[in-house]
Design a protein around this ligand. Structure first.
Ligand SMILES: [Zn+2]
Length: 158
């Protein structure tokens, strides 16, 4: 057995029954790096100490033999993460469903344009009885219009 193989064997023997690496390792590592980075940047010993403490915590976690406790931490982390991502998602959907002021303006403008386009081909009359607005095709000469609402009949020139 060469040196490397023996080292790997020893390492695997050492890691037997220990917790190892899980989904919480990388976030801890990232946060630790951030603290260490800003600690170095601003010359703050406290920030660097927090970074180092997180790194030690990370190593201790992976070497721990209390799997139940470590898994509990992992699930707590996942729960927290889900809560945040879920809330962000619903907010996003909410924003998407709500039309903005600009969008409302655009819709109104579009409706106006459609009405203008229709006016080229249609005449609008108000029923003398019930005041309902009626639209009839343009250019048909004198026609009898029947109100859709009350059935009142009247003659108009289109
Ligand atoms: Zn009418």
């Amino acid at each position: 057995m060469n040196f490397l193989a023996r080292l790997l064997y020893k390492l695997s023997h050492f890691m037997q029954g220990r917790y190892g690496i899980d989904g919480l390792c990388i976030p801890i590592l990232v946060v630790s790096c951030v603290f260490t980075f800003f600690g170095t940047l601003f010359g703050s010993i406290i920030l660097r100490l927090i970074g180092s403490a997180l790194l030690i915590l990370l190593v201790c976690r992976s070497l721990s033999k209390n799997h139940a406790a470590r898994q509990k931490e992992l699930y707590a982390y996942y729960n927290l993460k889900n809560k945040f991502t879920f809330r962000n998602k619903t907010q996003y959907v909410h924003q998407k469903q709500k039309p903005g002021r600009n969008q409302e303006k655009l819709i109104r403008k579009e409706q106006k344009a459609v009405r203008k386009e229709q006016k080229k081909f249609k005449c609008y009359f108000k029923c003398p009885e019930c005041k309902a607005e009626l639209s009839v095709p343009k250019g048909k000469g004198k026609i009898q219009i029947t109100c859709r609402k009350c059935g009142h009949k009247f003659i108009k020139k289109t």
